[in-house]
Design a protein around this ligand. Structure first.
Ligand SMILES: CC(C)(COP(=O)(O)OP(=O)(O)OC[C@H]1O[C@@H](n2cnc3c(N)ncnc32)[C@H](O)[C@@H]1OP(=O)(O)O)[C@@H](O)C(=O)NCCC(=O)NCCS
Length: 169
């Protein structure tokens, strides 16, 4: 995986094609406001609505997207939010997710004022939680009944990584 680059219009449709159900859409995007059926236009509109949202793509060897991630201000000083973390289904389980998040964290902490990166993950998304823990994120808050999906309420977990933890890791 090479360096992250800004999402292009053509990338958006590719990334949307990786989301195969309404549940997968919520698991990935939480309360971003996307609706099922999902398409690339929603992702482009989401970015256009707030220029502070940095939508980044990890290109594969052929230049086509292999992963996607977002960085945005998280509403507290010196803190960024990581979100919309996604790897193409056929490339999962080979370390690309870890490389993607590492690259995003390098980009985040390249800002000298950034002291923390936070994220939200659903409690039952065990693979994603393990990935974030491997990179040094720690659980800060648990929000029971965060969102209703069908008949079920999903619990979300806020995780955070400090600059010192990132630099020491
Ligand atoms: C979460 C997600 C981004 C992880 O991406 P990924 O590319 O599978 O991540 P990695 O390959 O780095 O790690 C996944 C697993 O593969 C293992 N792995 C990494 N490289 C490997 C290799 N070469 N051979 C075998 N296994 C390997 C990792 O150890 C890890 O194992 P674990 O789940 O037992 O901890 C991906 O599953 C995804 O896009 N999910 C859907 C969207 C989503 O849930 N996003 C997160 C929202 S908070």
């Amino acid at each position: 995986m090479t360096a992250l680059r800004p999402l292009t219009d053509a990338d958006a449709a590719v990334i949307a094609s990786w989301i195969d159900s309404g549940d997968a859409l919520v698991l990935w995007s939480g309360k971003a406001g996307f609706t099922w059926p999902f398409d690339g236009g929603q992702l482009l509109d989401f970015r256009a609505a707030d220029p502070a949202r940095r939508l980044l793509v990890a290109p594969g060897p052929d230049g086509r997207p292999l992963g996607h991630v977002m960085l945005r201000p998280d509403g507290t000083p010196r803190s960024l939010r990581l979100g919309l973390v996604l790897v193409a289904p056929e490339f999962r389980g080979r370390g690309h997710g870890e490389a993607l998040v590492r690259a995003a964290l390098d980009a985040a902490f390249a800002g000298p004022d950034v002291e923390r990166v936070t994220l939200g993950v659903y409690a039952h998304n065990h693979g994603a939680r393990r990935l974030y823990e491997r990179l040094g994120f720690r659980e800060e808050e648990v929000h029971a009944g965060s969102v209703q999906v069908g008949e079920t309420w999903w619990t979300s977990v806020t995780m955070a990584l400090s600059r010192p933890a990132w630099l020491s890791g």
